[in-house]
Design a protein around this ligand. Structure first.
Ligand code: COA
Length: 562
């Protein structure tokens, strides 16, 4: 037994390549060429293979470390018979992958046999040859555009690793690698049109004596045969699958995660899984030696989506079926235009809030007859100051007082940590209708500001919003929002809480109403208030208290001074 360094191979000129995943731990037993870790450049992710079979005795890198050619990432203690791997690794072409049996539970029975055959394996040498991979039969299609290149120069590939994705008007399909080996040169680019027989890439193919038998044992003889015939496309595979008497259901790719499970997947598949947020330990590989293929990842994601659409356990309302659009042109002429960024962002935020927050709306009418008289009395003073005073600053002030009195409205919920975040400041957002969509600038420390200051600041921020001059910081940090449609009209509405806030006040148009004073009806100016709140944070009684308090404060604005 001897210890051997696990070194970073030639990175094809790439430097400071980041470790994105450690695939083994100290104490793990690995086979030669088993992936030790994954590194990623801006072009590709590559697995660093073990130089031989044995036990990992040390690992000197962590995720995020930067590696260069020849860096030592750990040590491996060679197991019996693995010296061949060692000597192979000192060979100039030692980086070429040697197909090995992945070590897992189901393999254990055949292990003694494998051990016995080691002397034979010792004689094996990783012969290499150059091959040009050609486009296989495309079921009669020609000039099919390449929509994705799945590999980069320098990538080490397994048989069946997807090379490029092509898309006709009928289907997209991946062209898999017919060989294991290293990509020398990619000969196509996105957008190129391919037909059968066109060149895709040049490879240095690794070929090991005796390995073909192994592959055949795994039922993947076709893919491992040394052959110049073009590979089978995924469309072909799909066709085969549909001919099977009992096709595998989509959900069959789902398996509960088993900690410590070794994942066998190529760099392109790992990258795809990362992009889609798929946990590879949950996916059953359908490739040779249970390798996870791109198809498996896609099927897994599809099955998860189907589950959630059928009201599965995925949270936040994503189980809601989508809205199917009819062909509107059958009813008359239509014109389609892209959503503005602001519109699409608002749409996502609204939906997120609506789906996440159990909304309840509490209504109240505030008698603002006296407040309005006072406001009118201040108009001349306002003109002198150059400030227009509308009902809004009074409402801001009343809300600040109500938030101080009922602090359960001045919170956010951290459901992940099961915590209530209590804010010790009172910043209030005001919804502003602009030609570009809804914007919500924030007035800070409303409780510490006077009516004139609030009138000036709200008018200034509303103007900035309309002029698209708001800075991001001016739209952040609100504890509560006021959305006032009073200048426009309406008697009541149910605003959507601006999460992570827990309440929002909708203000409708004040109107003169006959109000019974105990002996007769009096004409009073009544302001309709609609308080929507997150029922997880606020209970109904507190919401009624909040709107009743607003009614009192706006009914007698002297109380705002108390
Ligand atoms: N009842 C009756 N009149 C009202 C009122 C109310 N609740 N609120 C405002 N007004 C009056 C104002 O006093 C003013 O009249 P005046 O010129 O005679 O004094 C007029 O309506 C226009 O006021 P406005 O310019 O809208 O000022 P504001 O301070 O009330 O509101 C904004 C400022 C930014 C909130 C407002 O312009 C706005 O954009 N509102 C729309 C918000 C929105 O789109 N919400 C929906 C979110 S989904």
């Amino acid at each position: 037994m001897s210890e051997q360094e696990i070194k970073v191979p030639d990175l094809g000129g790439a430097e400071d390549v980041e470790v994105i995943e450690l695939l083994v731990s100290v104490g793990d037993t690995v086979e030669a060429e088993d992936p030790i870790l994954t590194i990623e450049t801006d072009k590709a992710s590559v697995e660093l293979p073990s130089p031989g079979a044995g036990k990992i005795t040390s690992l000197s890198v962590e995720v995020g470390d930067k590696l260069n050619d020849g860096d030592v990432v750990g040590m491996i203690e060679a197991s019996n018979g693995s010296e061949s791997g060692e000597s192979d690794s000192s060979d100039a072409e030692a980086e070429e992958p040697e197909e090995k049996e992945p070590k897992n539970e189901t393999d254990s029975e055949s292990e003694p046999e494998a051990e016995e055959s080691k002397p034979a394996a010792r004689k094996k040498s990783a012969a290499t040859r150059k091959e040009t991979v050609l486009v296989p039969s495309l079921d009669g299609m020609e000039d099919v555009p390449v929509i994705e290149i799945n590999v980069a120069e320098g990538d080490t590939l397994e048989v069946e690793a997807p090379l490029v994705t092509v898309e006709s008007d009928k289907a997209s399909m991946e062209i898999p690698s017919p060989y294991a080996g290293k990509v020398d040169k990619v000969l196509v680019a996105e957008g190129d049109k391919l037909s059968e027989g066109d060149k895709i890439l040049e490879m240095t193919v690794t070929e090991e004596d005796g390995d073909e038998d192994d592959e055949q044992d795994e039922g993947s003889a076709e893919s491992s045969q040394e052959s110049t015939s073009a590979p089978e496309t995924d469309s072909g595979k799909q066709k085969d699958k549909t001919e099977e008497p009992a096709p595998q259901p989509q959900g069959a790719t789902y398996e509960p995660p088993s900690p410590g499970t070794k994942v066998h997947a190529g760099p392109a598949v790992r990258k795809l899984a990362r992009e889609l947020g798929a946990d590879l330990t949950r996916i059953k590989g359908s490739g040779p030696k249970s390798r996870i293929l791109k198809d498996d990842v896609q099927s897994y994601i599809k099955s998860q989506l189907q589950q959630s659409q059928q009201g599965g356990s995925v949270g936040t309302g994503s189980g809601i079926p989508g809205v199917k659009l009819p062909d509107f042109s059958q009813f008359g002429e239509v014109r389609r235009e892209p959503m503005s960024r602001m519109m699409s962002v608002t749409a996502v935020n609204m939906q997120r809030s609506w789906l996440n927050v159990p909304h309840v709306t509490q209504f109240e009418d505030a008698d603002i007859t006296d407040m309005e008289a006072f406001r009118q009395s201040q108009k001349a003073a306002g003109e002198k100051k150059g400030v227009k005073i509308t009902p809004l600053p009074f409402i801001l002030k009343a809300c600040a007082a109500a938030l101080a009195e009922l602090p359960q409205f001045n919170v956010s919920l951290d459901m992940e940590r099961k915590e209530v975040v209590r804010k010790q400041y009172i910043h209030i957002g005001i919804a502003v209708d602009t030609p570009n969509g809804l914007m919500v600038p924030v007035i800070r420390d409303v409780d510490q500001k006077g009516l004139w200051e609030l009138a000036e600041e709200s008018a200034e921020l509303a103007q900035k919003a309309r002029d698209r001059q708001l800075k991001p910081a001016e739209m952040q940090g609100a504890c509560f929002t006021i959305t006032s449609l009073g200048g426009i009209g309406g008697t009541a509405f149910t605003p959507i809480v601006n999460t992570p806030e827990v309440a929002i006040l909708g203000v409708s148009k004040a109107s003169m109403q006959p109000v019974w004073d105990g002996s007769e009806f009096q004409p009073r100016l009544m302001l309709p208030l609609s308080l929507s709140y997150d029922h997880r944070a606020v209970n109904g009684a507190d919401a009624a208290r909040f709107t009743a308090l607003l009614g009192q404060l706006l009914g007698d604005i002297r109380t705002l001074l108390l």
